[in-house]
Design a protein around this ligand. Structure first.
Ligand code: HEC
Length: 191
């Protein structure tokens, strides 16, 4: 290869590379749908949580305990998606302990967060093969914000601690700081 052809080859590769980089990422309808399902679930839960917190944190614990799984089921029934939350440090170990796929994704999320990625943008979706055929699974990271600290932070009021101890003897979901990665929404839909 002489100097000139090498130049042409390199320029062609560079141009192709730039064209690829500029290609808009195709919109995946499953991802868009998954995000909408998660938004519906999280907004409903947050608004009920906020209303209950205005009365008392103890009332709000009941909301988290009873309403979080109930809203997940309601949204699931309406949309045909399976809806839930999971984390590497669960409070409700029975309901929210990650399965193998979720554990892998949560571990990746933790790495992405540690590498500086904004929790708001951390998400992952994949088509997986299950015993019942193919499904689309999607997870979206959940950040710790101020209102979460009353029940997941480092300084939890004694009556809240008492109630958490009673309801969740295996609780691992305390000691978080603001802006930490708390866990993720996890949704899936049969294809
Ligand atoms: C009033 C107390 C309270 C507040 C405030 C609160 N949580 Fe929780 N959280 C709980 C309880 C109780 C559970 C267990 C729910 C269950 O039994 O399914 C829980 C469970 C979770 C879970 C599911 C995984 C697990 O550990 O079982 C996530 C994720 C979570 N909380 C995130 C948050 C975030 C994010 C905020 C702030 C927006 C928040 N929580 C605010 C009490 C609270």
């Amino acid at each position: 290869m002489n100097k000139f052809t090498r130049f042409i080859t390199v320029s062609a590769l560079l141009t192709a590379g730039i064209a690829l980089a500029q290609e808009p990422t195709a919109v995946n309808p499953n991802v868009e749908e998954a995000k909408t399902v998660i938004k519906t679930f999280s907004m409903q839960l947050k608004s009920e949580l906020k209303a209950a917190l205005e009365e008392s944190p103890l009332k709000a614990i009941a909301v988290c305990k009873e309403r979080a799984p109930a809203i997940a089921t309601e949204v699931g029934n309406k949309t045909g998606w399976e809806v839930g939350r999971t984390t590497l440090k669960p409070r409700n170990t029975e309901l929210n302990t990650p399965d193998a796929w979720e554990r892998g994704v949560l571990t990746e999320f933790a790495k992405r967060h540690a590498a500086g990625e904004d929790i708001q943008t951390i998400a992952y979706g994949e088509v997986v093969t299950t015993d019942n055929g193919k499904a689309f699974r999607f997870m979206k990271a959940i950040p710790m914000v101020d209102i979460c600290l009353a029940c997941h932070g480092t300084e939890i009021a004694p009556e809240v601690v008492e109630s958490l101890d009673k309801n969740y003897p295996q609780d691992q979901a305390r000691g978080y700081q603001k802006d930490e990665l708390r866990g993720a929404f996890s949704v899936s839909k049969p294809l």
